[in-house]
Design a protein around this ligand. Structure first.
Ligand SMILES: NC(=O)c1ccc[n+]([C@@H]2O[C@H](COP(=O)([O-])OP(=O)(O)OC[C@H]3O[C@@H](n4cnc5c(N)ncnc54)[C@H](OP(=O)(O)O)[C@@H]3O)[C@@H](O)[C@H]2O)c1
Length: 394
């Protein structure tokens, strides 16, 4: 490390994790080279600057960019850009395709497995550079724990994303066994920052908030339906007391940046998960209060009958039938919009964090509480930027 800090190659800097990690690394005085790609007429560099603006940092901060893409079997880099990577001290690999279904070009496997293999090869070719891989706590698949901070035998998976991330971890472990200094960070479900609710991307947890938001707007726009969300509500598939392992973006960024800069002697798997996460009941209470709607949790395996609304005036049968039809349609839409994340309401693992605590506590890096006030801030921020539609550009 020089007086200017470490030289760190970072992938995924236009994403939720990579963007916030970039901010942390720059704050700590490191020199960062982002491997990123241009899109929609915006160069890779401009897109990374947009990201800095979106996380509330100065977009003019100095960093380097190499324009490239992870593709199966390699990285699309010009020879000149590859030469610029000689001498990097660390690699933090955060890029991934977060897609719960198989898409064109064999995603998420191509980026998550092929891309990780290419990055591992790059780390070896640059002189066995210490390599930090951003994985997910949900490589445990359907196993509900306690989930240890070690490599899992292949579990049953909920979706191709988990399978691709598990295989990527396996490749990282093999590279580690062959001598590359590797460490793996496994965040759970990431929400916006603890202090300001800021987020860059609105997938995962946000799908539920977005679906509720959308259906509230539709219900408000169709008063003739007789469908009243404050009474009829939407059924959330899960148990009230199910823990939903949410962690804030600032915690994940600080933890990944710290792990990413540590020396080659640090080799392990670290759960960036919450020791006392909110429950589905906490989450639905915040959503109900914010959107003013009835949001009962129904256990997926033992659905409860909907309680009859109290004190409701008699309505004529034709109107009631119409209302029930609209209600069924709204619930179908809700379940369809949130199908990808539904399993995470019913399979709710408990994660061991002993290794992460031992590594990160001495640096004062702890998960921030994810309480009702935090969830409300996260929701307010998401709404304020139209769930990503109105994020600033430089
Ligand atoms: N967000 C979560 O809740 C969460 C939870 C646990 C673990 N993780 C893990 O955290 C890491 C980062 O996820 P994220 O939430 O930051 O995802 P994200 O917001 O969707 O960002 C993904 C990043 O990867 C880049 N990328 C994707 N495919 C690429 C390719 N073929 N070549 C080059 N770059 C590519 C994207 O670039 P473009 O902008 O150009 O597409 C973007 O910068 C992933 O490994 C993910 O598995 C995320």
């Amino acid at each position: 490390m020089t007086a200017d800090g470490l030289r760190i190659l970072l992938t995924g800097a236009t994403g939720q994790v990579g963007g916030t990690v970039l901010g942390e690394l720059l704050d700590a005085g490191h020199r960062v080279i982002c491997l990123a790609r241009g899109r929609d007429g915006r160069s890779a560099e401009l897109r990374v600057r947009d990201t800095l603006a979106r996380i509330g940092r100065d977009p003019r901060l100095p960093f380097e960019v190499v324009e490239g893409e992870l593709v199966d079997g390699g990285i699309s880099l010009t020879p000149a850009d590859r030469a610029r990577l000689v001498g990097v001290d660390r690699i933090v690999h955060s890029a991934a395709r977060v897609a719960f279904e198989v898409e064109g070009h064999n995603e998420p496997f191509e980026t998550n497995i092929g891309g990780t293999l290419a990055m591992l090869e790059l780390a070896r070719s640059l002189g066995h550079v210490p390599f930090t891989h951003v994985s997910t706590a949900y490589v445990c698949g359907r196993f509900v724990g306690p989930v240890a901070e070690r490599f899992h035998e292949r579990p049953d998976f909920h979706n191709p994303y988990e399978a691709s991330k598990w295989e990527a971890e396996r490749q990282v472990r093999l590279a580690g066994e062959a001598g590359l200094p590797v460490r793996i960070a496994r965040p759970s479900i990431i929400v916006g920052g603890a202090g300001d609710g800021r987020a860059l991307h609105f997938q995962g947890f946000y799908l539920v908030c977005r679906a509720v938001s959308l259906l509230c707007q539709l219900a408000d726009h169709d008063p003739r339906s007789g469908y009243d969300l404050t009474v009829d509500g939407l059924d959330v598939p899960g148990a009230l007391d199910a823990p939903i392992n949410l962690v804030t973006a600032d915690y994940v960024a600080a933890a990944v940046a710290r792990i990413g800069t540590l020396g080659p002697e640090v080799r392990g798997i670290y759960h960036l998960t919450h020791p006392s996460p909110p429950t589905l009941g906490d989450l639905t209470a915040v959503l109900s209060g914010y959107y003013r709607l009835y949001l009962p949790c129904i256990e997926t395996r033992r659905p409860r009958p909907r309680p009859a609304p109290r004190g409701e005036p008699r309505i004529d049968p034709a109107r009631l039938r119409r209302r029930q039809r609209v209600l069924a349609r709204a619930n179908q839409s809700f379940w369809r919009l949130t199908a990808a994340v539904k399993p995470y309401f019913s399979d709710t693992p408990v994660f061991d964090t002993t290794a992460a605590r031992a590594l990160l506590d001495p640096y004062g890096i702890h998960p921030a509480p994810v309480d009702s006030a935090t969830l409300l801030r996260v929701l307010e921020y998401a709404e304020s930027v139209g769930f990503g539609r109105d994020l600033p550009q430089v």
